[in-house]
Design a protein around this ligand. Structure first.
Ligand code: ADP
Length: 401
């Protein structure tokens, strides 16, 4: 039995989950929020107990110190030596990583080099890595990349039709994101619905939450995904546009007098559900507004459903058919209304027979929402990116990563 820590360091947060492997038993989990503030929030859950403290967490190192101290203080571990490996989520692995890697000097150099592709998260990942390395110098460290699972795409699925020299020189291409989640969902579906045999399976995964992406998965390997160079591309999201005609940038800069940077910020933070509805980035609020007759909220929901449906249809063709469509993440796991709105757009063309009653009963749990006579199974599967990180930590300990 080994204890391993899955870490997700964001710009102002540090999520963590301690596992006992190979049992995949969660010993505790939590989050340090508002890092950089005097009123930071330290959160911890273990067993049926919860801890929440408001205190200054001025940097990630302080967050890590709080986590480590709490593990001992609350008797979750007896000694720090028990933690054998720390797995760090890293959003962008660029062209370098098609699987998880030891977080050594070389990996650190590459992640640093990739900062321009992910200026929002990469510096936080590096800070989190250093803070844990200092606190647990004996433990192995690995990096688990959101992009890695998508590295199996063929050039036709990832090259942008820009001058090829630019693609090459600047590594400007589709990388995708949420790969760890898409990988988990495909593995789980293959284990639970296809007898553990990946070969021959054609799966479309819809990870739809505040960030959303879809993937087309053949024989357990990703062949296409909706996010692009960065997580701005693909379907409409909570605050992000998803795909646009590139002319929109130039046109709106000219119309508004705003700079490219300002407009880029609007595309990332003020668009999507928030921008279209004018209500909120949270789909629960948008749904409530729509129920009260807000026309822009209604439009936002229809637009989202249409863009997700368009990708499902595209991936159906890309895969030469499909055996399963999976819904996951905040919206996909919890909202029967959104699942129904999406499925209504594709059911006729794809020969789906959706069990709308079953759909209504699934919130945050796993289950099938298609009838037996449906040409494609439709399921809801709660995602678990942390357990994927823990599994790779275990592989590292076993020397088979
Ligand atoms: P993140 O990308 O931050 O991990 P999540 O996958 O947890 O996001 O998704 C969070 C989003 O999911 C919320 O902003 C909200 O829009 C949506 N969501 C969560 N629960 C529900 C629900 N019951 N109904 C509709 N939408 C929901």
């Amino acid at each position: 039995m080994y204890k391993v820590m899955a870490v997700n360091a964001g710009s102002s947060s540090l999520k963590y989950k301690l596992y006992e492997m190979p049992e995949e038993k969660v010993l505790c989990s939590g989050n340090c929020e508002r890092i950089g503030h005097e009123d930071g929030i330290f959160g911890l859950k273990y067993g049926d107990k919860k801890v929440r403290e408001i205190l200054p967490i001025l940097d990630h190192a302080k967050g890590v110190e709080l986590v480590i101290d709490a593990l001992i203080k609350y008797g979750i571990i007896e000694s720090l030596e028990e933690i054998k490996c720390v797995g760090h989520r890293v959003v962008q692995g660029g062209k370098y990583f098609s699987k998880s890697a030891e977080f050594n000097e070389d990996t650190e150099k590459k992640v640093t080099e990739l900062i321009p592709l992910d200026p929002l998260h990469a510096p936080a990942h590096l800070t989190g890595f250093h803070a844990f390395k200092e606190a647990l110098p004996h433990a192995d460290a690995i990096a688990v990349f959101d992009t890695a699972y998508h590295q199996s795409m063929e050039p036709e699925d990832y090259v942008y039709p820009i001058p090829y020299e630019m693609s090459e020189k600047y590594d400007c291409r589709r990388y995708g994101a949420h790969g760890t989640s898409h990988n988990y969902l495909a593995d789980k579906a293959i284990a639970d619905y296809f007898g553990g045999k990946a070969e021959g399976t054609r799966i479309i995964t819809c990870h739809i939450g505040s960030g959303s992406s879809l993937a087309a998965i053949k024989d357990g390997k990703c062949v296409a995904t909706s996010m692009g160079l960065t997580p701005l591309g693909g379907v409409m999201m909570g605050t992000r546009t998803g795909d646009l005609d590139p002319s929109v940038m130039d046109y709106l800069c000219t119309c508004t007098g705003k700079s490219v940077d300002e407009m880029y910020d609007i595309f990332n933070k003020k668009s999507g559900f928030l921008g279209v509805s004018g209500v909120s980035n949270d789909t629960r609020d948008v749904e409530e507004a729509a129920n009260q007759g807000n026309e822009r909220a209604k439009l936002a929901i229809k637009l989202f459903a249409r863009t997700v449906a368009n990708f499902i249809a595209q991936y159906y063709v890309r895969l030469g058919g499909a055996d399963m469509i999976i819904f996951s993440a905040g919206i996909g796991e919890n909202s029967d209304t959104f699942r129904a709105a999406i499925l209504k757009n594709v059911e006729e063309a794809l020969g789906l027979s959706v069990d709308y009653e079953a759909n209504k009963g699934i919130h945050g749990t796993q289950g099938l929402i298609s009838k037996k006579d449906s040409k494609i199974m439709v399921s809801v599967i709660p995602t678990d990116e942390e357990v994927m990180i823990a599994r790779d930590c275990y592989k590292k300990i076993q020397g088979v990563l």
